[in-house]
Design a protein around this ligand. Structure first.
Ligand code: RB5
Length: 154
């Protein structure tokens, strides 16, 4: 399990962020990076905030000690914004299997979910699967290193 979990959303993911915070805060060190209210806001701003905080943690952001959760309406915009950062591997997950694979094979360090796509119960199960699965390394590490080398293509 990670030592720290960062979480943020936009207005489209605000209610689900609240449910996740409530569920996770007693057992994990959770940093809620906002927003603090449900008013309209722009998801790239909160993706940016979370990714900078994650990458500031150095090696801990790469070895599973710190993981992020971004929630918007679909999970898509958040994942696009987050994956612009070298060293961030953000994965939109809609089921537990995807969440487990995102950690085990892709060493994803940010989970993205869509409040308008999945219900709260499913989202909580996905979050637990993501947070409790370790990266398997081995051949998967070689592949991660390959796409790290490709992250500055234009
Ligand atoms: C906001 O209406 C919505 O576009 C946003 O939450 C997200 O789904 C974008 O990908």
């Amino acid at each position: 399990m990670p030592k720290t979990v960062l979480i943020a959303s936009d207005h489209g993911g605000f209610a689900l962020k609240g449910a996740l915070v409530q569920n996770l805060r007693d057992t994990l060190h959770l940093e809620d990076l906002g927003p603090e209210s449900a008013g309209f806001c722009d998801y790239p701003i909160f993706a940016d905030k979370l990714c900078r905080r994650l990458l500031d943690m150095g090696e801990a952001a790469q070895n599973g000690e710190v993981l992020g959760i971004l929630v918007c309406g679909t999970g898509l915009g958040m994942s696009m914004a987050a994956n612009r950062f070298a060293g961030v591997r953000a994965a939109v997950c809609t089921c537990e299997f995807m969440a487990r694979m995102a950690r085990a094979h892709n060493n994803a360090n940010v989970l993205c979910m869509g409040e308008r796509v999945i219900g709260q119960g499913v989202a909580l199960d996905i979050a637990h699967a993501f947070l409790s699965t370790e990266f398997e390394g081995g051949r998967h590490l070689r592949r991660i290193e390959l796409f790290n080398a490709q992250s500055c293509k234009s």
